[in-house]
Design a binder for this molecule. Structure first.
Ligand code: ATP
Length: 238
């Protein structure tokens, strides 16, 4: 049984039919990437999984249990966390307070919390140096790290990452992808949405290509990298 499964999911914004029957699976331990151009429906897919949007048709299963009927906080509790696009951290709270907000499911005095915190600060040494700094004063890249760190503090089994490389300098892009790989190797399954398809496919096991709200291709990351249509449309290769 897949850890996460979408079955014929249709999501609307009012009359706009944004997802037109998405079916996909994420197996335990995988990094799966969802690639597609602007407006293809990548963010909508993640927001539908995390319960922020409700599908009008279709089902979403986590370990075989239906979750599309649950509110977002219940979905987080089950073990699915999203790190949103656009670095939505709490700007007036410090780095440490932002991370504590991620740990809302746990007692922040517990040893487990301290271990989680230490793990995140080890993954992101830049955050360790800045624990007392206000989130809003961090650089764009640091805010991105904080958003991912905060999602990790919920101890997710599945981490949904929305464009983690967006707006980052090339050296930080490399770093973020390495960190995502480390997070995965430490046991977290990852669903990664990226416009940076080449990088995403270089760390992913499998991928899906989304066009106008529908999946047009699914394959191993290696095959997608070698696919002519993918190369032309998403990798900037001719
Ligand atoms: P990008 O890479 O540009 O972030 P995306 O693949 O994540 O794109 P989505 O944000 O999921 O795309 O958008 C899918 C479609 O749904 C687009 O046509 C978009 O205009 C539409 N859409 C997204 N949010 C809303 C909204 N709040 N109201 C109406 N339409 C929306």
């Amino acid at each position: 049984m897949a850890l996460l499964e979408l079955q014929n999911v249709h999501t609307y914004y009012g009359k706009i039919h944004a997802l037109k029957g998405i079916s996909m699976t994420v197996e335990k331990g995988e990094i799966v990437t969802l690639i597609g151009s602007n407006g293809a429906g990548k963010t909508t897919t993640l927001r539908t999984i995390s319960g922020l949007l409700k599908p009008r048709q279709g089902q979403i299963l986590f370990k075989g249990q239906r979750i599309d009927t649950l509110p977002p906080h219940e979905i987080v509790k089950l073990g699915i966390a999203q790190s949103p696009e656009g670095r939505r951290i709490f700007p007036r709270l410090t780095v440490l307070e932002n991370l504590e907000m991620g740990a809302f499911l746990y007692n922040t005095r517990s040893p487990e919390y301290q271990a989680d915190l230490d793990r995140v600060l080890t993954l992101f040494p830049r955050l360790r140096e800045r624990v007392s700094q206000k989130g809003g004063t961090l650089s764009g890249g640091e805010q991105q790290m904080l958003a991912i760190g905060r999602a990790l503090m919920t101890r997710p089994q599945v981490l949904l990452l929305d464009e983690p490389s967006m707006g980052l300098a090339p050296v930080l892009v490399e770093q973020i992808f390495e960190i995502i790989q480390t997070i995965n190797q430490q046991g977290t399954t990852v669903l990664l949405v990226e416009q940076n398809a080449l990088q995403a496919l270089s760390i992913a096991h499998r991928g899906y290509v989304l066009q106008s709200g529908a999946i047009v291709l699914e394959d191993s990351a290696t095959n997608l990298r070698n696919n002519e249509m993918v190369q032309k449309a998403y990798l900037g290769l001719d």
